[in-house]
Design a protein around this ligand. Structure first.
Ligand SMILES: [Zn+2]
Length: 316
């Protein structure tokens, strides 16, 4: 122990907790530059390693899936073979590291554990315990960031990880730029008009799913402005009363979804037909009878569904 009280993740005390948030790990960021402490943690018998293989997470699938965690002996052999470990945080005495196994072939990955499979976290996240979902999301995001930032954006020289994998430094001393893990903010919003809410179908979706509108925050705008701009661009509706709801880590690949509710000034829709193929106003009665809709609502694990379900819960 380092003498500090164990941190209680603040989001655990809140009711608006989304899947992939509220990790049980204490990030102990002040330890990341402590090489001796990290070396001890890498071999400590209580430490656990979270494999990520080419953006996929290793799980044992089932009605309640669970994350595959490797012990330090297994991890040491993989690290010696080229796997990169990135410190995530601690659960009690158990340090957790993400372990990038992307250099292995698929047979080698399956050989890591009985019945282990490499799964897309987006597809199987809802079958995991909340703690596992949050740890796997954290690991996936950091491993993806490393894989995409192998070269310095300032000078083009290779970068190398440091500070337990939370920084990549440029290897050209004349440049010396440091690069930090990236999280791209996106806004997602439930727009209402009277007793109806607005859901849209993205052009890129193959399945008939209607969901809340969403889009990336652009440089030079506030979150509220991003909400208003996206809704105006996609369906031609002006907003009032934009209110923050909750947020969700969204490592597909490197986002955080920032959820809002907003009221429309009018209900006339002008569909952009670029990002959105269709959008419609729906009553609570219609949404409570999903069989009759002819399309699917967003997945249960998503903040989009959380926004819809909270709106439905406002009235009996
Ligand atoms: Zn550089």
């Amino acid at each position: 122990m380092d003498g500090r009280a164990a941190a209680v993740p603040v989001s655990r005390a809140m009711w608006k907790v989304n899947v992939f948030a509220a990790s049980p790990l204490d990030r102990v960021a002040h330890r990341r530059a402590d090489a001796a402490w990290l070396a001890e943690r890498l071999t400590h018998p209580a430490s656990r390693f979270v494999p990520v293989w080419r953006t996929r997470s290793l799980i044992v699938a089932g009605e309640a899936s669970r994350a595959v965690l490797l012990d330090p002996d297994r991890a040491a052999a993989l690290i010696a073979g080229g796997a990169q470990a990135t410190f995530l945080g601690q659960a009690g005495e158990a340090a957790h590291f993400a372990l990038d196994l992307s250099h292995l072939n698929e047979d080698a990955v399956h050989a890591l554990g009985h019945a282990a499979e490499a799964a897309d976290l987006w597809a199987i996240g809802a079958t995991l315990e909340r703690d596992d979902a949050a740890i796997l999301a954290h690991a996936r995001a950091l491993v993806t960031w490393h894989a995409r930032h192998r070269f310095c954006g300032a000078c083009g020289a290779p970068t190398a990880p440091r500070d337990a994998g939370h920084v990549r430094g440029c290897t050209d001393p004349a440049c010396g730029a440091v690069h930090f893990p990236r999280t791209d903010p996106a806004v997602i919003m439930l727009v209402t008009y009277g007793d109806r809410c607005l859901l849209g179908q993205q052009k890129s979706w193959a399945e008939p799913v209607y969901s809340t509108l969403a889009g990336f925050v652009e440089p030079g705008e506030s979150l509220e402005e991003a909400v208003a701009r996206e809704v105006m661009e996609e369906v031609g509706v002006s907003l009032t009363n934009v209110v923050y709801h909750s947020s969700q880590p969204w490592p597909f690949p490197l986002s955080i979804m920032l959820g809002f509710t907003a009221e429309a000034a009018a209900d006339r829709l002008v569909i952009d037909n670029v990002e959105i193929a269709d959008a419609k106003w729906l009553t609570r009665a219609e949404l409570r009878d999903p069989e009759s809709l002819g399309f699917r609502l967003p997945r249960k694990l998503s903040i989009a569904r959380h926004l819809v379900d909270d709106w439905l819960a406002l009235e009996p």
